[in-house]
Design a protein around this ligand. Structure first.
Ligand code: PMP
Length: 397
């Protein structure tokens, strides 16, 4: 039976929902996923690296040996053996992290939302890098903070620029390794200075680190959480080292905060899939990542090199770009008069795509910047795409 609506609903959304905006990147992905387009726009890891067979075997093993537990509701904080594994691997870097400090989340994106929910009031000062990860800006925006953009330069965030804005701020959100969107990394000296600065001001420092393992040389940077486990909140993810489709991430925080985050998670989704956590633990528990990650590093490192060589060859003088030592992104700065948003229209007409830089700025956007991702495009297509972009840019010089 179909019931009529004599009084059609006049939808009245909560104010926080009224101002929700779709991520610009997810919007342009819809266009750029067409196969004829050479897309440097996606932030997707390369599917060539997904360990399909290992996941299949692990699913089978978990369901055969422990199916009734895997398919039941689980604890909000997560599957203890996996939390123990995470605590042990972080502790190996120098300080002791307890499994009680680890909260498993549905992707590290959920950790951003929970952190926003627990730490940000309307109007709270939230310090972010210039530019920063769009997904974090989007997650925090729901809680209506006042974003304060902290200076960055070629070496990433400038710690001294935190001093004038730290007092009264609720948190500083930083991406020290192969940053999304710039590909930049923070030097060891700057990490120490940043952790010290935040500690001096009593300012919680969020270290978002989905790309840290993807250093092309294999040499990792020290983690800030190990420098001050009482003041740093660490976020990790299995998206870039295993597969993003399983939506598994985690946040490691001092005890008073992790308990609050757990309560917020309870209300949000009760817990992250127990089956997924058990399968991931089964895959990684005997050192699989130590064998697997080097192959990701080498694939991404080669494609990064292919893109850097193509940029050198095809981009005109006056354009500059970052030279990442790991991760998935290169950041390009055009001469100031070139608007990357307009360039994107022309690029798409010529079957190439990228992400304009403006949406990554919390405050004043630099419209002459753009982000290139090289991990899902083979080297021959990278060269063709960069040559096309180079011609379009040269015509505007
Ligand atoms: N932080 C950063 C910096 C990211 O680039 C991403 C994914 N693009 C995330 C967090 C979220 O990742 P996930 O939810 O897949 O763990």
């Amino acid at each position: 039976m179909k019931i009529e609506n004599p009084n059609p609903i006049q939808w009245r959304f909560a104010e926080r929902a009224e101002q929700l905006q779709s991520s610009f990147i997810r919007e342009i992905l819809k266009i750029t996923q067409r196969p004829e387009i050479i897309s440097f726009a996606g932030g997707l890891p390369s599917p060539a690296t997904f360990p399909v067979e290992e996941m299949k075997t692990a699913f089978d093993k978990v369901l055969s040996n422990n199916g009734k537990v895997a398919l039941q509701y689980g604890p909000t904080d997560g599957y203890l053996p996996l939390r123990q594994w995470i605590a042990d691997s972080l502790s190996a870097n120098g300080s002791t992290i307890m499994p009680e400090q680890v909260l498993m989340t549905s992707g590290s994106q959920q950790a951003l939302d929970l952190l926003g929910k627990v730490l940000i009031d309307e109007g709270s000062k939230v310090l972010v890098e210039t530019p920063s990860y769009l997904g974090a800006l989007q997650a925090f925006s729901v809680y209506r903070p006042e974003f304060v953009s902290v200076d960055t330069d070629d070496e990433g965030l400038v710690p001294s620029s935190v001093n004038p804005v730290a007092d009264g701020a609720r948190l500083l959100y930083a991406l020290p390794n192969f940053q999304n969107p710039t590909g930049r990394s923070l030097s060891v000296a700057r990490r120490v200075e940043l952790v010290e600065t935040c500690a001096r001001h009593g300012l919680p420092l969020i270290e978002d680190d989905p790309y840290g393992a993807l250093s092309y040389s294999g040499e990792p940077y020290p983690k800030m959480i190990n420098m001050n486990p009482d003041g740093v909140i660490y976020m990790g993810s299995f998206s870039k080292v295993l597969t993003p489709g399983i939506r598994l991430g985690y946040v490691v925080a001092p005890m008073p905060l992790v308990r609050r985050l757990e309560l917020a998670k309870q209300a949000a989704d009760l817990h992250t899939s127990q089956l997924t956590q058990m399968v991931v633990h089964e895959v990684i528990k005997d050192g699989f990542l130590d064998r697997h990650i080097p192959s990701i590093r080498s694939l991404y490192g080669n494609q990064c090199q292919a893109m850097l060589s193509a940029l050198e060859e095809h981009f005109p003088a006056g354009v500059t770009w970052t030279k990442p030592e790991g991760g998935m992104f290169i950041w390009v700065t055009l001469p100031k008069h070139i608007d990357a948003m307009k360039l994107l229209d022309e690029a798409i007409a010529n079957k190439v795509a990228f992400v304009p830089g403006a949406p990554f700025y919390a405050n004043t956007p630099e419209t002459h910047t753009l982000r290139l991702s090289f991990v899902t495009v083979p080297p021959e297509r990278i060269r063709v795409g960069i040559a096309i972009l180079g011609k379009l840019i040269a015509a505007k010089m």
